[in-house]
Design a protein around this ligand. Structure first.
Ligand SMILES: N[C@@H](CCC(=O)N[C@@H](CS)C(=O)NCC(=O)O)C(=O)O
Length: 210
């Protein structure tokens, strides 16, 4: 049986949860409480020295410590339905858009939150090392996150999916990012009609309520 090290309130483990659900892969879940710092304690550090979630223990005992490894392994081990693309062209397009969702979206929101939230003082980056907040990065993160919604809205004009005309990991990362942006009070509105239509369609998938 696979074991997912998860945190119900955090965006990155939600990406892995949705992926597992879309592939209908049975697994156990261990909740790690990030708010109380459980991920920095000795017990979880022994599981994942990077002190981040998600992590996935495979049925062979291999430990995968980020979404990149988890998605690559899941797609190889459980190819159906393909969520990273089928043809070389699809794989390339989906990888490119997934990276944009992560880098321009998820990391922008994280930058805004982690450099401003009082609860994250000295925790400006995830992982075992403490880093001080830089207020200017919070401001830049907000601007980037707002621009991310504009870019996504333009991309989704006339499209049902972010990449390759099919549901993929790029849609998963995008949904997680758009929902996570609420923590910095950014959400799609009437300026983003295509994005709103796509998000409503995504809500029809049972995995998206996880
Ligand atoms: N690259 C990692 C990032 C994981 C990550 O940043 N997870 C956050 C939760 S969303 C975390 O573990 N934070 C721990 C911390 O704040 O120290 C992945 O995609 O899996």
């Amino acid at each position: 049986m696979l074991t997912l090290y998860d945190c119900a309130t955090a965006p990155n483990p939600r990406r892995a949860r949705i992926l597992l659900a879309e592939k209908d892969v049975a697994h156990d879940t261990v909740q790690i409480d990030l708010r109380s710092g459980e991920h920095l304690g000795a017990a979880y550090r022994a599981v994942n020295p990077q002190c981040t979630v998600p992590a996935l223990r495979t049925d062979d005992g291999l430990l995968l410590t980020d979404n990149a490894a988890i998605s690559a392994w899941l797609e190889a081990r459980f190819p159906q339905p393909p969520l990273l693309g089928s043809t070389p062209e699809e794989k390339a397009e989906i990888a490119s858009w997934n990276w944009r969702m992560e880098f321009d979206g998820l990391l922008a929101v994280a930058e805004a939150l982690r450099n401003s939230a009082p609860a994250m003082t000295n925790r400006a980056l995830p992982g075992p090392i403490d880093y001080a907040q830089i207020p200017a990065l919070a401001e830049r993160g907000l601007a980037r996150a707002q621009q991310f919604l504009v870019m996504l809205d333009e991309r989704l004009a006339g499209r049902d999916f972010i990449a390759a005309d099919r549901f993929s990991i790029a849609d998963i990362t995008a949904v997680v990012t758009v929902d996570f942006a609420r923590v910095v009070k950014i959400r799609p509105d009437e300026r983003h009609p295509h994005l709103q239509r796509w998000r409503a369609a995504m809500a029809q998938r049972p995995s998206m309520s996880l």
